[in-house]
Design a protein around this ligand. Structure first.
Ligand SMILES: Cc1ncc(COP(=O)(O)O)c(C=O)c1O
Length: 479
């Protein structure tokens, strides 16, 4: 525990040890200090309050004696785990607040602590965490943590660390046919942050941004957060319908697309559609936001190059992430920004959150430079292919009559369609009751859902678990 808010009133005539005792007692009863929480040592508290140790010792002795605190030999003093519940009062209104109170109280119940760790089979957007080269990664992070220079501990470049930007540019040119130099690569905290940043730079209040329908709800949220109007444009088997886009493109300043692997349906945008989209953007002076969120994994043919690489007019802002190829909690993503927009993006990024954590940038740069990244990617293609095949085998074996696989060519999830009349939200709820973490296709529609289906992530589960999960899914669908 660091600083404790415990104001003392030296002019009150109340002895200091009494004020300390009262302050602790009330903080414990009001729930500001919680059972099991460590409290400062008597020496540290005396120093912090600028009093001698004696009144602190006296107060602690009484709190220990009365059972508010408990000492654990060798490990310090803690709020007693056994403070009787009936002593613990609900929060009091602010005007009656005790000296230790430092939170604003409202009549709202506290929000539940969200556990996003539902790692059940079919969880979307989850890579194979069990296959990640932890030892190599830990070595790199530790090495950099030990060797951090003062410059690396200070404020960093808002555009990101140069060695990481160089490594990303090389990777993108080589594997994704992105036309870029490191000078165009802007490091941010994941692709969600990239979208939010792009919205800030490109969209004003009242501007419109076209998004794929169905599409990513998170992308819609990021793009609309600054007051832009999000306009859903249907996706057909070739990708976003440019004809529909043209019909509603008044005030459309940008279009968000996932050309390599449409989120969520899984199709990849045809070359003809890509050229039509680029032509639309060029004629309108609009921007294309290409979210290349999991293009590294493709199972049926060679990965397609990025839309950005086909763009002769610098209308594409390319967005990528390490969430699927390293792990989501690393929170590093990047944009490739056309030179004409570069300064506006960097300025907005700096205004937004300055820069990304240097330690992870250093570690990632070396992860790429030393070849761990390329090795991991190569190995994971095989792992994911096997997982995808296990899922498809299980679906064919157990669920053939209840659903149809829509697309399983790429990425870390399979989109399946349910027969009409089945409410996918209800199916997902019932699946959750059996430990399965699927996503309903209907959640991806901004308007009325045109199809009922399930998005089944396979990246994060072993083949055995996936096979078993399809058996359980068949039971849920059969109920
Ligand atoms: C369409 C899409 N883009 C990108 C991401 C990755 O986001 P981030 O890079 O912020 O982790 C996800 C993950 O859920 C996604 O569904």
């Amino acid at each position: 525990m660091t600083t404790l808010h415990l104001p003392l009133d030296r002019s009150s005539g109340i002895p200091i040890h009494r004020q300390i005792y009262e302050g602790f007692r009330r903080a414990i009863l009001d729930g500001l200090l919680r059972p099991g929480q460590r409290v400062p040592s008597t020496r540290a508290l005396a120093e912090e309050l600028d009093v001698s140790r004696l009144p602190v010792l006296t107060a602690y002795e009484q709190l220990l004696h009365e059972g508010y605190l408990e000492g654990r030999i060798g490990s310090g003093t803690f709020v007693s785990a056994a403070v009787p519940d009936d002593l613990l009062r609900p929060p009091v209104p602010p005007d009656a607040a005790a000296p230790l109170s430092r939170v604003r109280r409202t009549s709202h119940p506290p929000p539940p602590v969200r556990d996003e760790g539902g790692l059940g089979p079919f969880r979307m957007s989850l890579p194979a965490l069990d296959q990640f080269p932890h030892a190599a990664w830990a070595r790199l992070v530790a090495r950099h943590a030990h060797a951090l220079t003062h410059a690396e501990m200070a404020y960093g470049d808002p555009a990101g660390l140069v060695p990481l930007r160089l490594a990303i540019a090389e990777h993108l040119r080589t594997t994704r046919a992105v036309r870029c130099e490191a000078e165009q690569v802007l490091i941010v905290s994941g692709s969600q942050a990239a979208l939010r940043l792009a919205a800030t730079v490109l969209l004003g209040r009242g501007d419109r941004v076209a998004v794929e329908e169905p599409g990513s709800p998170l992308a819609r949220a990021a793009l609309g957060a600054g007051g832009a109007e999000v306009v859903p444009v249907p996706v057909d088997e070739e990708g976003m319908s440019v004809a529909s886009l043209r019909r509603r493109d008044g005030r459309v300043r940008a279009a968000y697309v996932t050309p390599s692997h449409q989120y969520p349906l899984g199709t990849s945008m045809t070359a003809a559609r890509r050229f039509a989209l680029l032509d639309w953007a060029d004629r309108r002076g609009a921007w294309l936001l290409e979210d290349d969120y999991d293009s590294e994994y493709r199972y049926v043919s060679r990965p397609l190059g990025a839309l950005q690489g086909m763009d002769a007019h610098d209308r594409v802002i390319y967005i990528g992430t390490f969430s699927k190829v390293v792990f989501p909690a690393v929170r590093v993503g990047y944009l490739v920004v056309p030179p004409s927009l570069w300064q506006r993006f960097v300025d907005a990024r700096e205004a937004f959150d300055l820069f990304s954590p240097t330690l992870y940038q250093l570690s990632l740069a070396e992860f790429l430079r030393e070849g761990h990244f390329a090795r991991h990617l190569r190995r994971m293609r095989g792992v994911y292919m096997a997982r995808r095949d296990a899922l498809l085998t299980g679906l064919a074996r157990h669920c053939r009559d209840q659903l149809a696989v829509h697309n399983a060519d790429a990425g870390l999830h399979v989109a399946v369609l349910l027969s009409d009349g089945l409410d996918d939200g209800d199916v997902v709820r019932r699946m959750a009751g059996r430990g399965l973490t699927a996503t309903a296709l209907s959640t991806c529609y901004a308007g009325a859902a045109r199809r009922s289906g399930l998005l089944l992530g396979f990246g994060g589960s072993t083949e055995r678990r996936l096979l078993e999960a399809t058996r359980v899914l068949a039971e849920v669908l059969g109920d």
